[in-house]
Structure formats: C-alpha cells, structure tokens
Write a new protein. Structure first.
Length: 455
C-alpha cells in the first residue's frame, strides 16, 4: 500500500505542515493540530513484518492504547495487523475499525466478568493476568471450551529499564504472575495441568527505556517456562507465545533506532528456539509503529521574557504531551520552528523554553532549547508524537482535543490530507462536563436536610 515515491519522512513532514497552514487547518483560528504520516506508518508495518519473516507463524497486533483512533486502526487492519486491546473502549474501537474478534488480543489487568464473557464467547484471545482471574474464567466456561486462545501473563521479574513507570517486569510489578516468587513456577505448571484449554504464555517486559537485552531475557524466561510445561505435560500444550511490545523509540533524532531487525536479532541470539516454528508468536507493538510518524503543530501565541528566561507560549501542553510535561527527563521531544507560512525558520539561535496553554508553571514541552528566534504567529512542531500524544488526550483546563489529519506525499511534494478526527468543540467540552445535570447539586441542596446555598 505504501507508495515508494513518497518523500523522505523529514521532507514529507515539512510539506505536510506547510500544507496544513496553507489550508487554514493550522493558524490563528485553529492553533493546534495533530498530523500523521501514513506512508511512515505503513513503512513501519512492513519493517516489522520483514524482521519476523521465517518459519514461525507470527500474528502482529497493534497495541491500541498507543493510538486508538479508528481510521488508524482500520489502516492497520487493512495492512494485515491484529489489535491488542486492554479496555472496553479499545475493544469497541478495534471492532469499529473492522478487526474481527479473532484478530484481537485482550490484555487488561482488570477484566470484568462481562468483558471476559464477550472475549471467551467471540474468540478474542485472552491473556489472563493472575490466578484469581483464571478461576473466574473457570467459572465462566463451566466446562465449555473457549472460542479463542487463552494464555497466562507471566512476569519474568528481570528488572526495570530506564523509566520505572514503563517497566512491567520488576520484582513487584502489578502485571502477570511473578515467576521468581516462591512456588510460582509450580503453581503455573499446575494451572496448565488442570486446564486443557490454557495454551499460551504472555510476557510484556516493558516499553520505552527498556534495553533490548532486558526484553530478550524476559521473553527467554517465558520461552523456557513454555518448554518446561510442555515437557512436563508430555505434549505441546503451549502452542503460542505472546512476546508483547515495547521496542524503544529514538526521540533524540530522525533515524529509527533500534530497528525491528535489531530486536529480532537480539531475540534470536538469546533464544534461538523461539523462531523454529513450534510456537505461534504474537507481538503487541505500539509506540514503535506510530511515534515517528506523528507531529503536533501549534501556533505560537506570544513570546515573552521573565527573569532572563525566554518563553514561547504555544497551544500544545500537558493536554497533548502529558508524559513529556510531567516527566520531561524521561520523555524529551524534538522541536521544530516554522514561520507563519509554515516554512522552516533559519537564522541565529536563541535559548528558549516552549510552554503550553495549561495553567500551571510546569506546562513546558521543552526547556533551554537552542532554536531559531521565535516570534508570535510562528509555528512550533513537536516531533515523534504519533503514539501516546494527540491520541491520549488529558482534559486539563477543559482544553478541547485537537483535530488530527493523516497525510501522504508524492515525489513532487504534493500533499494529500485526510481528516482522522475532528477537533472537539467547546460546546462538546461543556456537554461532557455534566451540562444535562446542571441543576443536580442545587436541587439536592434545595430539598435536603440543612441549608441550601446562600447568595
Ligand atoms: C502498552 C502495551 C504494549 C505496547 O507497548 P509499546 O511500548 O507501545 O510498544 C504491548 N503490550 C501490553 C500488554 C501493553 O500494556
């Protein structure tokens, strides 16, 4: 589907920003926009598929939480991906995008009875998180076979990467059955011995900040356990290994590093048997498929100086760059500066902080950056924001969700845009804020015990 004549990613992004400004999609009346490079997304999918080519059957799923926008999910479905979902909303988004239940993997750590019933009846693959959940599944099945594969998530407890909040395989992680706890391996083997329908193991070691050897070590532990279970049960009960996602993204530069090929090479080195075809492999990549194809564009509303510190006030802050604002050292973003026509700015650099619109002092997307001098009306772009940024809105200050457009380019520089998500209107913000219950509290005070509000 990807055309080979698309511009290189950097030039495509510049062309798309300029086009968005020309079209009035980014400008005074519309100061914030999300842009997604469709050719870039499809290239990432192809790189993923190529890296895993081999004798083993592989089901690649996209982790919906990284970008749960229905047109994006549909594009990925068309490109042959499955989808990993972890909430009722993500499940419905994936179904609306056209994934059949058999192409879904359901991973929430807090699955309700209703969610489990749906998954077990419709052939959604389920990764059970813990022994209580396994007993719940026993009760729901009541002797029936589940319609799809059922796995058990294990925590290999291999430790943390550079970002604690992104590390799911620590000794005390909330996810999965902790394999190194006393008696845990025997309990897992026993759980498989008692349940003929339990046929997968799942391990997701972590996301951004986890080095490849750590991820490979965790997956290796799940593989070793699968081998042991199959040996002990005397047959190949475990037929699938879900190895999770978590390939780190290079937020510091333009190149894709590490690549999916690097990841697979590391896994092959650590666990050669993983790829020999005895196990169906399932992957669940999110960030690495989308991040580098996304850009947030914002108009600079004002520039100012305070105590010698230069500040550019934009419309992109914690509402679209939540992690970067709250954990700036863990989630730095590259910043580009463009003139009011959307053309790259040149000229002498100045040290500047890039601020967002939210009313707290820490609402900064970059600090002390050397950038071309910024003035009001310029455009600031936040790069590599295709996953977990404009798609993971935080409604601080009741700021509306921005519009998101997908773009494709051709070799001549022509840009075509498609609306992925409309901007939320201020009216919608108010409606979602309990507007239809506007009288509720005043009414409660009017006829309850004690006094009503006095003026
Ligand atoms: C978040 C998550 C993923 C995707 O992680 P990325 O770092 O975005 O690749 C995959 N599997 C599970 C279980 C997750 O929670």
């Amino acid at each position: 589907m990807a055309s080979s004549s698309a511009l290189p990613r950097e030039r495509a992004r510049e062309a798309a920003l300029a086009h968005a400004v020309d079209e009035g999609l980014l400008g005074p009346g519309s100061p914030l926009v999300g842009l997604l490079d469709v050719d870039g997304v499809l290239a990432a999918v192809n790189a993923l598929k190529e890296a895993f080519e081999g004798p083993a059957t592989v089901h690649h799923t996209f982790a919906a939480k990284a970008c749960g926008l229905v047109p994006v999910l549909r594009l990925l479905a068309e490109a042959g991906m499955g989808c990993e979902v972890a909430s009722p909303g993500e499940l419905e988004q994936a179904l609306a995008a056209g994934f059949s239940p058999g192409r879904l993997v359901f991973d929430s750590p807090a699955k309700t009875v209703g969610e489990l019933e749906f998954a077990l009846d419709h052939g959604v693959a389920v990764n059970v998180d813990n022994f209580q959940e396994l007993e719940r599944v026993d009760r729901l099945l009541a002797g029936r076979e589940p319609a799809g594969p059922v796995g058990l998530r294990v925590n290999p407890q291999v430790g943390a990467g550079a970002i604690g909040a992104m590390s799911t395989a620590t000794a005390t992680s909330k996810f999965g059955v902790p394999l190194r706890d006393p008696g845990a391996v025997d309990a897992v083997i026993d759980a498989f011995a008692r349940r003929p329908w339990l046929n997968r193991l799942h391990a997701h070691v972590g996301s951004q900040g986890c080095p490849l050897p750590l991820i490979a070590q965790g997956i290796g532990a799940a593989y070793a356990l699968a081998e042991r279970i199959n040996h002990q049960l005397g047959h190949a009960r475990i037929t699938g290994l879900d190895i999770g996602g978590g390939l780190p993204v290079n937020f510091g530069g333009e190149d894709d590093r590490p690549t999916y090929a690097d990841y697979v090479a590391e896994l092959r080195r650590a666990t050669p048997g993983l790829f020999d075809g005895r196990y169906t492999l399932v992957t669940e990549f999110g960030r690495s498929l989308l991040a580098k194809s996304g850009t947030i564009g914002s108009v600079v509303e004002y520039t100012k100086s305070a105590g010698g510190r230069r500040i550019a006030v934009t419309h992109a802050g914690a509402q679209v760059a939540t992690r970067t604002v709250f954990m700036p050292d863990a989630w730095p973003l590259r910043v580009g500066v463009f003139d009011p026509a959307g053309r790259p700015k040149e000229g002498p650099h100045q040290v500047v902080d890039i601020a967002g619109p939210c009313c707290f002092a820490g609402d900064l997307t970059a600090t002390a950056r050397e950038l071309p001098a910024i003035g009001p009306g310029d455009v600031v772009a936040l790069y590599d924001t295709g996953a977990y940024y404009f798609s993971s809105h935080f409604s601080y200050n009741s700021l509306p969700r921005p519009a998101v457009y997908g773009y494709r380019t051709d070799a001549s520089g022509r840009v075509r845009l498609a609306l992925i998500r409309e901007a939320q209107t201020v009216r919608e913000v108010v409606e979602e804020s309990g507007l239809s219950h506007a009288d509720a509290l005043v009414a409660l005070c009017a006829d309850g015990p004690g006094q009503g509000p006095s003026r």
